[in-house]
Ligand binder design. Sequence first.
Ligand code: PLP
Ligand code: COI
Length: 356
Amino acid sequence: MAEIRIELTKNPKAKPADESNLGFGKIFTDHMFIMDYDTGMGWHDARIVPYGNIELSPAAMCLHYGQEVFEGLKAYRTSDGKIQLFRPQENFKRLNVSNERLVIPEIDVDFAVKALKELVEIEADWVPHTDGASLYIRPYIIAVDPFLGVRPGDKYLFMIILSPSGAYYSSGLNPVSIYVEQNYVRAVKGGMGFTKTGGNYAASLIGQNEAHKQNYSQVLWLDGVERKYIEEVGAMNIFFVIGDEVVTPSLQGSILSGITRKSVIELCNSWGLKVSERRISIDEIAEVYKNGMLKEVFGTGTAAVISPVGHLKWNDMVMEINDNKIGEISQRVYDTLTGIQYGKLEDTHGWITPVC
Ligand code: PLP
Ligand code: COI
């Protein structure tokens, strides 16, 4: 495995004094990981260096045609002071799924995990001590050739930056209000919806603005063809509890295969709950709401963890779910997942990678 060169900063920054007020993705640590790719050489020059601006040609291809992919995961501090990662291999495997779709060279998953562990160990003091806060990890790859023609790049940067963060939604575990988008679509099968690439998020901004104008915090996207089947939320997958069945949209190529989603399905299965991955139309949700069968709705994601949905607006219909309170299954999933992530519960699924 390639060596990682390490250059430590001579000017470490002060750590945030108030961990109750970190926000999300606003503060960055002292170091970052970088590795270069050149056609003919492959990935090379892996290094951990002081965090700082990077030099890019104004013609760098990622700036013009969006050839970039990213990931999001977290490092957690346990009550006995250890630091651990949640399913990091899954994130780097998914980065390779995104790489393939965007014609970016694949990375070595084991090497990426090793590099991440080294980086997090160097930044161990930046991992928050407060319950609910964690070190958000953002790996990403950009095409950097200075060239204005449309083709896959020959030069890339793979970087990892770290951000001590609190809750993604300021409401925390309080239910969020979600708006079903009718005019715009985020992705279609055959497109890039199953990848984590900036363009998907750029496509979602206009819907998010519309939701905010109507006092809703997030958008629930419908499928891009029939505008009928439920897909996912801006930064989360979505689950419904209908009667005694836990239901989530199946992976059809237009939504992200969330690692939290996968973990929630595994947990619910292990508890003997009935779990279905299938197509769910918005009409079905309105119908089960009307007949009292819609018990809970929650979103799942690394940044948001488990986010109960209290209100769901579709056209003129506003559905209030479970009296705008977190439901029993949502709470159990949240407690178990965060219990494992923060080392309070035994990791019986083999999801934890210790760092130090
Ligand atoms: N869907 C989208 C569009 C996302 O950005 C995210 C966040 O990463 C998710 C779903 C949830 O994925 P994960 O649970 O792997 O974080
Ligand atoms: C994550 O949950 O890790 C995400 O990447 C969501 C992000 C778009 C903020």
